[in-house]
Write a protein of this length. Structure first.
Length: 87
């Protein structure tokens, strides 16, 4: 907890501690850092929606393939038990 207070104090007075950095630069740097940390924490991916769409299309293709396999097996099984219905 003491470390948090020290870090807060350093952040508040950083512009006076470092002469080469002005207040506007500090604000821009802290904003950039906050955005970067947020993206890292959320694992932000702008292509996330595209990936979900591609996975959905792949899933539909797989389902179609499996449905065709089951239909062929069903026809084959009916042909074994009821040869007159297999044609």
């Amino acid at each position: 907890e003491n470390l948090k207070e020290i870090m807060r104090g350093v952040r508040m007075h950083l512009a006076t501690l470092i002469d080469a950095v002005d207040e506007q630069q500090l604000k821009a740097m802290s904003l950039g850092l906050a955005h970067t940390l947020s993206r890292f924490k959320l694992k932000f991916s702008p292509d996330k929606v595209d990936v979900m769409i591609m996975q959905a299309v792949g899933l539909l293709d797989d389902l179609d393939k499996e449905l065709n396999n089951f239909a062929m097996r069903l026809r084959e099984w009916y042909g074994w038990h009821f040869p007159e219905m297999g044609k």
